[in-house]
Design a protein around this ligand. Structure first.
Ligand SMILES: *[C@@H]1O[C@H](CO)[C@@H](O)[C@H](O)[C@H]1NC(C)=O
Ligand SMILES: *[C@@H]1O[C@H](CO)[C@@H](O)[C@H](O)[C@H]1NC(C)=O
Ligand SMILES: *[C@@H]1O[C@H](CO)[C@@H](O)[C@H](O)[C@H]1NC(C)=O
Ligand SMILES: *[C@@H]1O[C@H](CO)[C@@H](O)[C@H](O)[C@H]1NC(C)=O
Ligand SMILES: *[C@@H]1O[C@H](CO)[C@@H](O)[C@H](O)[C@H]1NC(C)=O
Ligand SMILES: *[C@@H]1O[C@H](CO)[C@@H](O)[C@H](O)[C@H]1NC(C)=O
Ligand SMILES: *[C@@H]1O[C@H](CO)[C@@H](O)[C@H](O)[C@H]1NC(C)=O
Ligand SMILES: *[C@@H]1O[C@H](CO)[C@@H](O)[C@H](O)[C@H]1NC(C)=O
Length: 329
């Protein structure tokens, strides 16, 4: 057990001397104009370090203590934590990218060396999606969406209505995800497209609302075929269309002046019986679809109504019997 600990400590010391282990694996990422932190994993010692020296590409950043000599250009940009050797570097420029080395001399005159890489990225800005400026028609048009931005871009991801957009079917990605080609566009391709551009230090998004025109189609008419006199009656024309369809209602072949989806009769009269027709037109696709609906108006179901109904049944049965018997003969 004791042996193991000694071996482990020796290994730790070796790795620290070789510059590994003092910093987490991987590079430190910073944004231009932002701040980078080089954080050592050293526990503040009981006795202060004798010397801490930070360099980049061989050039001095700071050597402490003594006169705390600070390299040119770092005067108001750095803060050194003398108990851990960690360094903060502010107001980063692309030129700050490089290999940063620290050499620490402990109170027991041991040297701990470490190094880590700083990569400074330009912030991503002015993100924008360019898409088609012409009208798109379902199953007919195709569309290219291109995501552009300034700055260092490492990845681009697309979403549609908040869901990841994936290739396949009519969707193709190209130019390292910068471009989405949809060919042909389908009605379900309608929606809000967002591209998210990222680098390890910043990200930006842009969005584009795509409108795919289609229809009118899937027409149905909702409403009763038999209405009681003086009742409120609604016949509703339902259709799928982008942009929304404009409606025209005809009654027995005559224009009614009604251009809403719903044809409303507040109080039905006998003369409202007849054939209704709904014409739905999409002004962009220039398609028109039509459907008819018949309405017959009957008297209120009072005692008289029931009497008439009973009489009709009696007559019908009598006629049925008569024709049944005559046919049998
Ligand atoms: C640590 O780095 C300094 C220069 O930065 C070098 O002189 C020294 O030999 C190194 N020590 C070890 C143990 O690697
Ligand atoms: C880049 O982004 C960082 C973090 O958001 C910010 O501190 C910095 O000022 C930005 N740089 C520029 C040049 O806008
Ligand atoms: C140095 O870092 C240690 C550990 O992160 C922290 O506790 C301490 O306050 C820091 N000292 C200064 C002067 O920032
Ligand atoms: C950051 O650096 C730029 C030039 O590199 C300088 O013009 C600007 O004043 C600096 N900003 C701060 C807050 O130090
Ligand atoms: C995006 O690009 C288009 C075409 O280049 C331009 O008209 C539009 O103003 C840009 N939008 C933004 C937010 O930059
Ligand atoms: C989309 O881009 C491709 C090339 O990547 C081009 O062949 C096609 O014509 C473009 N389609 C439209 C609608 O602009
Ligand atoms: C960021 O872009 C600039 C110029 O566009 C380039 O000089 C630099 O190497 C790029 N940095 C990274 C980390 O890709
Ligand atoms: C239908 O009948 C009502 C009265 O029942 C009347 O007011 C209306 O003018 C009639 N409409 C037509 C088109 O004949």
């Amino acid at each position: 057990m004791g042996n193991f600990l000694v071996t482990w400590l020796a290994a730790l010391k070796d790795s620290l001397c070789a510059g590994q282990g003092l910093f987490p694996q991987g590079s430190v990422n910073g944004a231009e104009g932002g701040t980078a932190m080089f954080i050592t994993n050293l526990i503040p010692p009981a006795q202060p370090f004798i010397k801490i020296s930070w360099t980049v590409g061989g050039a001095n950043i700071i050597t402490s203590p003594g006169d705390d000599s600070i390299g040119p250009g770092y005067g108001d940009r750095i803060t050194l934590n003398k108990t851990t050797g960690s360094l903060e570097l502010r107001n980063l420029t692309l030129a700050d990218s490089g290999e940063y080395r620290v050499s620490i001399t402990t109170a027991t005159a041991e040297t701990i060396n470490g190094s880590t890489e700083l990569v400074v990225y330009e912030n991503i800005s002015d993100a924008n999606i360019t898409g088609p400026s012409n009208n798109l028609f379902a199953d007919w048009s195709s569309a290219n969406l291109t995501c552009e931005a300034a700055g260092n871009i490492t990845t681009i991801q697309w979403t549609k209505e908040g869901q990841p957009l994936s290739a396949g079917g009519n969707i193709l990605f190209s130019e390292e995800n910068r471009k989405v080609s949809i060919s042909p566009v389908k009605r379900h391709d309608n929606g809000e497209y967002v591209c998210k551009l990222t680098n390890p230090a910043s990200s930006a998004t842009a969005s584009y609302r795509m409108i795919v025109n289609y229809g009118p189609e899937s027409m149905t008419i909702l409403g009763r075929h038999i209405a009681e006199v003086e009742s409120f009656t609604l016949i509703y024309c339902s259709v799928q269309s982008v942009p929304p369809a404009t409606f025209t209602w005809l009654f027995n072949g005559q224009k009614t002046g009604v251009h809403e989806a719903g044809y409303i009769i507040r109080s039905v009269s006998y003369n409202n019986s007849g054939d209704y027709r709904c014409d739905a037109r999409n002004d962009l696709t220039e398609n028109v679809v039509s459907m008819g609906h018949s309405l017959s108006v009957k008297g209120t179901e009072g005692a008289a109504g029931i009497a008439v109904a009973v009489m009709l049944v009696v007559v019908a049965v009598a006629l049925g019997l008569y024709f049944g018997i005559t046919h049998h003969r």
